[in-house]
Write a protein that binds this ligand. Structure first.
Ligand code: GTP
Ligand code: MG
Length: 223
């Protein structure tokens, strides 16, 4: 009888110890999963801001011209190399030093398999550049849906939309693009710009009406 009572006390103690260990482990796991990444993101963003770095996230469907845009912005890039981009399978990173700050451009490939990761990068971003192929008429609804998904993730984020490939004969105009992307439904307090753009014959990206400097100046004002 005494032996049975001892066994039962030992079993209760073992169950209690196991339960406590499980509780601590689960607590640690969930705190890491739910709270730590966000805290880490915020810390990294604050540290980068202190060092004068600003992140520009470059998104858009595959083939829209994101990498070409980054090449066009890179000073000293040989003209022969410009405009010859392979599809980005993951990320593409480029930094531009301006007198006031450093602009860090991060492109994430626009392939279907990569789009689901886009929104993960919005938290560390100061400005979103969304590149659209103005001549890819059949995929404009998809470009619109993806854009509005991002706008919901970053309700305050300034956005520059580049209506690219304006040199192509079947390209839609900026006002057609405005309608196709349902930009009229975007709230007025959002800083949003829609610019026509194209690669020049030298491979440099430029605003259809002005030079590339205007795009850079705009980004510097927004970050
Ligand atoms: N005609 C024309 N072609 C362009 C223009 N901009 C980019 N291209 C071409 O479009 C193709 C795709 O360009 P990329 O810069 O690789 O497109 P991307 O958005 O980076 O695509 P992913 O990395 O696959 O997401 C390339 O062959 C470019 O040369 C433009 O303004 N006019
Ligand atoms: Mg690319």
């Amino acid at each position: 009888m005494v032996l049975l009572r001892h066994i039962s006390i030992a079993l209760t103690a073992a169950v209690a110890a196991l339960g406590s260990a499980l509780f601590i482990a689960l607590n640690y796991f969930y705190r890491r999963r739910i709270w730590s990444p966000q805290a880490e993101y915020c810390t990294i963003k604050e540290e980068e801001e202190e060092r004068g770095k600003r992140q520009v996230l470059v998104l858009g469907l595959d083939g829209a011209g994101k990498s070409s845009m980054l090449q066009g912005l890179t000073p000293g890039e040989p003209a022969a190399k410009r405009g010859r981009c392979r599809p980005t399978r993951g990320f593409n990173f480029m930094s531009l030093n301006a007198p006031a700050c450093q602009l860090d451009f991060l492109e994430i490939g626009g392939g279907e398999d990569l789009r689901r990761y886009w929104s993960d990068y919005m938290r560390r971003t100061h400005v979103l550049v969304y590149v659209v192929d103005s001549a890819d008429r059949s995929r404009l609804p998809m470009a619109k849906d993806e854009l509005h998904r991002l706008l919901r993730v970053g309700p305050q984020m300034p956005v520059v939309i580049l209506g690219n490939k304006q040199d192509k004969p079947n390209a839609v105009s900026v006002s057609e693009l405005h309608d196709a992307l349902s930009l009229g439904s975007v709230t007025e307090d959002r800083k949003m710009f829609l610019l026509a753009a194209q690669l020049g014959s030298d491979g440099a990206l430029r605003n259809s009406h002005q030079g590339l400097d205007n795009i850079q100046d705009l980004l510097l004002q927004l970050v």
